[in-house]
Design a protein around this ligand. Structure first.
Ligand SMILES: NC(=O)c1ccc[n+]([C@@H]2O[C@H](COP(=O)([O-])OP(=O)(O)OC[C@H]3O[C@@H](n4cnc5c(N)ncnc54)[C@H](O)[C@@H]3O)[C@@H](O)[C@H]2O)c1
Length: 394
């Protein structure tokens, strides 16, 4: 019987034939998967299995240079860091503030991507946060490399770009109060994305969400399917969590879609909300549901008022990371995103929150829900108000 450890795997040929009574450690199996080495079970042995004669050369990138560990050394991407079967994708997060930093962390923890580039105009901010995040890699069990920079050009070649650059609200402000200052930032960042990451899919987080997503698409001139906004995933999650406070369901059992705008025109069609497979209206009374919808709409302001400085970021980052993961993995899940409708729900050319399926190309499909007439009407009114606001962008 022989015990095969991860270090043994670096120097064996493929397939590696082990005896039925050999032990291959879980780390050795992981290492074999990374290196594309098949493990086959051969004949039983009474002695130690002989080591295979043909010795595989160590991958060129191993061991990494000692320079990698010197203080101030560039944090180069090591080719051994990722398994080639994973989405060999590069995610850029522009804006390393509260939402951006937390999004980068949640995306890194998913361990789905090769690397993340965090960018901020404040010198050293993104680099410091990225290094701090990378220090947690062994604890968090991820090997997605996280780098930080103050150069937008470093997003070059990114497959996904998350944009959180911009001012957040202060108490008493509405999201639309941010329009002019954030429009300038989105215009600059959009031009850089167009130049340096022309094939990317863009997730806009900066508020006011619908206007900034619309502007991003206009500046990048990317197909609308590649520019989406994050709000509906967050607002739907807020609704589910608030239902959880009634004690009638745990948040993860509640399913709902927050459509329309990330603001006063938010539409949460109760006809589509369920707890498990049961319509929510059979479980929670209508008065309570109306109050929950209202509180969901104002949840962002509620957090801003409590914090006094800055706005929500735990749930927004979780929601943003979910969208990036959904695009990379192409799940079948229907989630809400701010997308441009080309006729779905009779809405034309408006960025608005709608149920979608996301995939590697961006928006795979806008999903048509069987809405009640009043819900459909509310959605159309929301679209009209959003269109009026975006037209003021000029
Ligand atoms: N869509 C949503 O559901 C949602 C939820 C929460 C926050 N937001 C919005 O996201 C934005 C960010 O919120 P936050 O709490 O992270 O704010 P924050 O102030 O913590 O971070 C914003 C960061 O953007 C950086 N920045 C500004 N201009 C830049 C540029 N040109 N290039 C690169 N970086 C730049 C700033 O230096 C700052 O670090 C705000 O507009 C906020 O309203 C949206």
């Amino acid at each position: 019987m022989r015990v095969w450890s991860a270090t043994d795997i670096d120097s064996v040929p493929s397939p590696l034939v082990v005896a039925p009574d050999d032990v291959v450690t879980p780390l050795a199996r992981d290492r074999a998967r990374e290196l594309g080495i098949e493990i086959e079970v051969g004949r039983a042995t009474t002695n130690d299995s002989p080591r295979p004669a043909a010795v595989r050369p160590r991958p060129a990138a191993l061991p990494p240079s000692g320079a990698l560990y010197r203080r101030g050394a560039p944090l180069a991407i090591a080719s051994w860091a990722r398994a080639p079967t994973r989405a060999a994708a590069h995610v850029a997060v522009v804006g390393a503030g509260h939402v951006g930093a937390m999004t980068a962390r949640r995306v890194a923890e998913s361990d789905l991507f090769e690397r993340i580039t965090l960018v901020d105009v404040v010198p050293g901010l993104a680099a410091g946060l990225a290094l701090d995040m990378w220090h947690a890699a062994s604890l968090g069990g991820f090997s997605t490399r996280v780098e930080g920079t103050d150069e937008l050009a470093d997003i070059a070649g990114a497959d996904y770009v998350v944009v959180t650059a911009g001012r957040p609200r202060k108490p008493g402000m509405s999201r639309t109060d941010l329009t002019s200052v954030n429009a300038e930032i989105i215009t600059d960042v959009g031009a850089a994305i167009r130049r340096h990451a022309p094939a990317s899919r863009v997730v806009v987080v900066t508020n006011p969400l619908e206007e900034m997503t619309h502007l991003m698409q206009r500046v990048t001139e990317f197909p609308a399917s590649r520019v989406v906004g994050m709000a509906g995933v967050l607002d739907s999650a807020r609704f589910c969590s608030l239902v959880g406070l009634t004690g009638k369901a745990v948040p993860s059992a509640v399913h709902a879609h927050a459509l329309g705008s990330h603001g006063p025109e938010m539409v949460i069609p109760l006809s589509q909300a369920t707890v498990g497979a049961t319509p929510i209206e059979d479980i929670v009374d209508s008065e309570t549901l109306a109050a929950i919808v209202e509180r969901t709409r104002d949840s962002g302001a509620e957090v801003v008022a409590l914090l006094q400085t800055g706005s929500a970021y735990f749930a927004p980052a979780e929601a943003t990371a979910k969208m990036v993961r959904a695009m990379a993995t192409g799940t079948d899940e229907v989630i809400t995103a701010c997308v441009r409708s080309h006729g779905a729900y009779s809405l034309v050319d408006t960025y608005i929150g709608l149920p979608v399926r996301l995939g590697p190309a961006g928006v795979d499909e806008i999903v048509l829900l069987d809405l009640r007439p009043a819900e459909l009407n509310a959605l159309r009114q929301a679209a009209e108000r959003i269109a009026a606001r975006t037209s003021e962008l000029g």
